[in-house]
Design a protein around this ligand. Structure first.
Ligand code: ATP
Ligand code: MG
Ligand code: MG
Length: 599
């Protein structure tokens, strides 16, 4: 097993473990269900679950669902499926779930429905979070939703008002922006900043009751309009949105903003280390301010930031990925060209390869492009160990072995995976008519061409050496077939089995093979940093998909979508579960054998 990774966040956690600062290390992965998860999220998932795993801790999957306008249950479902797939067999024992139907009050420590009660040390975290092992095997468990804390969050907001630390503001969003000012100069106080506690309590209750239209009023934290940190200039913590929510329906018409909801959701779940990406570093003082101002029981959660994963040639922004889906540049979120977890899965990339890649990129404070080649290398390494070798011809041309009888079938042994400790073999039929790759034949060969050429010899992999005698064309000059002689004495075990020729090519029997649609995917973008373009849609690779009708060895008729195959000399392929039909298999190329990509 690989050594446990080390980085500045893990160092901090290790220090806290050594100090016994918390009864249990609890992290969370908090996606907003406004899109599918992508490779960037995979990094966050592996970091949070990895830390939980290495410290016998727990990681909660929490829907950060406080902005109903852009969210949807389709996204909730896909996120749950993707996270479970990515961590299966690796960290699923750390996955925190709450009992189905439990409200925050009902799962607060010691059963006290007091929102002030947090997992105060030495309160056992296991009371607060039922054992993840039991929960994982229990169908009566669900992930966490920030929306299930709306009652609690409202009470927290009321508490802030009572403490004189929040006020209802009637400025329009535009005015609020203007009063906030530029970072270089102090902002101006809202004229509503001095409202009495009573008036604020009354107005906030009426906001909740639905008395005011969208954006007419907001609740703001009263912090410091002159702060050099713009996020501390009386940030909005609640706004009016008469919008139904996918989890809470029409119960609420005011919704908490991210900064208010996030730290308190962390607190309610007993999160110890709240890990996010570096753009939230400037929000950290606000995160702390809210928790401190409410004078909550300790220990409080703390926020730590790391740099985003941005692989070259990929887009890691849900907003832009939605555009690719909506404008039908791809067939959906799970299009095998998408950098989404569901797209990568459909492409044939394994969860282990994704984990190894994202964890291998390290955890730093500085955003930088990660070379896609690193990911591709990881995928190849993973599939090389895993994939069953098979014979397939993508662009077939017919070849006749004239010294074999029409009905003759010679069974040859083909190795399934030479990487296995004890490689197994299967029987492949060699017959009079076979197909070879059109790229493996040249009538007018360039210098040093070791594949099939007039008068030349090559070895048919696993079978024997053949010699090209005759090229047959139709009247228009199109190639019809290549007529060759098979030297059966060069078969394995034959007297001339060790005869050397420079070229070995792949082939399939014409009669013992099946047709298949094969999709050859390439990079979706032509430039290394599509996300930096003014219009990233202008750098879409027009040749990102090529479809061919290939010929596959007969054994692939029973291929399964979870198996991985190497079509020899061609690359790694997987059966597409979604588009394959009985009698019409569809294979997807996960990746070529070597990086042959030219822009
Ligand atoms: P996007 O910009 O794609 O919408 P987001 O950060 O708004 O991403 P969230 O759903 O809020 O999306 O993300 C959930 C978690 O994943 C957050 O903690 C976020 O910091 C993390 N995350 C998002 N993108 C990346 C990335 N490229 N690399 C590492 N972590 C990421
Ligand atoms: Mg976010
Ligand atoms: Mg976002």
């Amino acid at each position: 097993p690989a050594p446990a990774p080390s980085d500045f966040i893990r160092d901090i956690v290790a220090q806290h473990v050594a100090e016994q600062r918390y009864p249990k290390i609890v992290t969370r992965f908090p996606p907003e269900p406004n899109g599918y998860l992508h490779i960037g999220h995979a990094k966050s998932i592996c970091l949070n679950f990895g830390i939980a795993r290495e410290n016998n801790g727990q990681c909660n999957l929490r829907m950060d669902d406080t902005n109903p306008a852009k969210e949807d249950v389709e996204y909730v479902d896909s996120i749950i499926a993707d996270v479970k797939w990515l961590i299966a067999g690796w960290a699923d024992h750390c996955l925190g779930f709450k009992p189905k139907g439990a409200t925050p009050a009902s799962f607060t420590v010691n059963g006290k429905p007091d929102y002030y009660l947090a997992p105060v040390s030495p309160a056992p975290a296991s009371d607060f979070h039922p054992s993840p092992l039991t929960l994982h095997s229990s169908p009566a468990a669900e992930p966490f939703f920030a929306s299930s804390y709306f009652d609690q969050l409202y009470l927290f907001a009321v508490e802030l008002i009572k403490k004189g630390k929040a006020y209802v503001c009637d400025l329009t969003p535009e005015e609020t922006e203007k009063y906030r000012g530029a970072p270089s100069e102090p902002g101006r106080d809202s004229p509503f900043r001095t409202r009495s506690v009573e008036e604020n309590l009354d107005l906030f209750a009426r906001m909740k009751a639905g008395e005011f239209p969208n954006a007419a009023r907001s609740l703001r934290a009263k912090i410091d309009m002159a702060s050099p940190n713009i996020w501390l200039r009386d940030p909005l913590i609640y706004r009016i949105r008469h919008t139904a929510h996918h989890q809470t329906g029409d119960t609420w018409c005011i919704y908490p903003l991210y900064d208010f909801a996030h730290c308190l959701s962390d607190y309610l779940e007993g999160i110890t280390h709240s890990i996010c990406t570096v753009e939230f570093e400037v929000h950290r003082p606000l995160y702390d301010w809210i928790l401190e101002s409410l004078e909550l029981a300790r220990p409080l959660p703390h926020q730590y930031e790391f740099a985003k994963l941005i692989p070259s040639y990929l887009i890691v922004s849900k907003r832009r990925l939605i555009q690719l889906v909506n404008e039908k540049i791809v067939t959906g979120w799970d299009d095998p060209r998408m950098p989404t977890i569901s797209g990568l899965r459909r492409r044939g990339v394994t969860a282990a390869a994704i984990r190894h890649f994202v964890m291998g990129t390290g955890v730093t404070k500085f955003n930088a492009l990660t070379d896609l080649a690193v990911f591709e290398h990881t995928i190849r390494e993973d599939l090389n160990a895993l994939a069953q070798r098979r014979l397939a011809v993508l662009k077939p041309i017919k070849l006749v072995l004239t010294n074999l009888a029409a009905e003759e079938v010679i069974e040859v042994d083909a190795t399934n995976n030479p990487q296995d400790e004890n490689p197994t073999t299967r029987k492949v039929a060699l017959t009079r008519e076979v197909f070879i790759e059109s790229d493996d034949f040249a009538e007018v060969p360039p210098p040093k061409y070791f594949r099939l050429k007039p008068g030349g010899e090559v070895r048919l992999k696993y079978a024997c050496i053949i010699k090209l005698d005759e090229i047959v064309k139709d009247a228009a000059g199109n190639l019809l077939e290549l007529r060759c002689t098979a030297d059966l004495t060069t078969r394995a075990g034959g007297p001339n089995s060790d005869k050397k020729v420079k070229g070995t090519i792949h082939w399939v029997s014409a009669t013992h093979s099946i047709d298949a649609e094969v999709r050859l995917y390439d990079r979706l973008f032509t430039v290394p940093e599509p996300g930096a373009e003014d219009d990233f849609l202008k750098v879409v690779n027009p040749k990102s998909l090529q479809v061919v009708t290939a010929r596959l060895e007969a054994s692939l008729a029973s291929a399964t979508p979870d198996a991985r195959y190497q079509f020899e000399r061609l690359g790694y392929f997987t059966l597409d579960a979604k588009d394959s039909a009985s009698g019409h298999p569809v294979f997807t190329r996960t990746i070529s054998l070597k990086d042959a990509w030219v822009p």
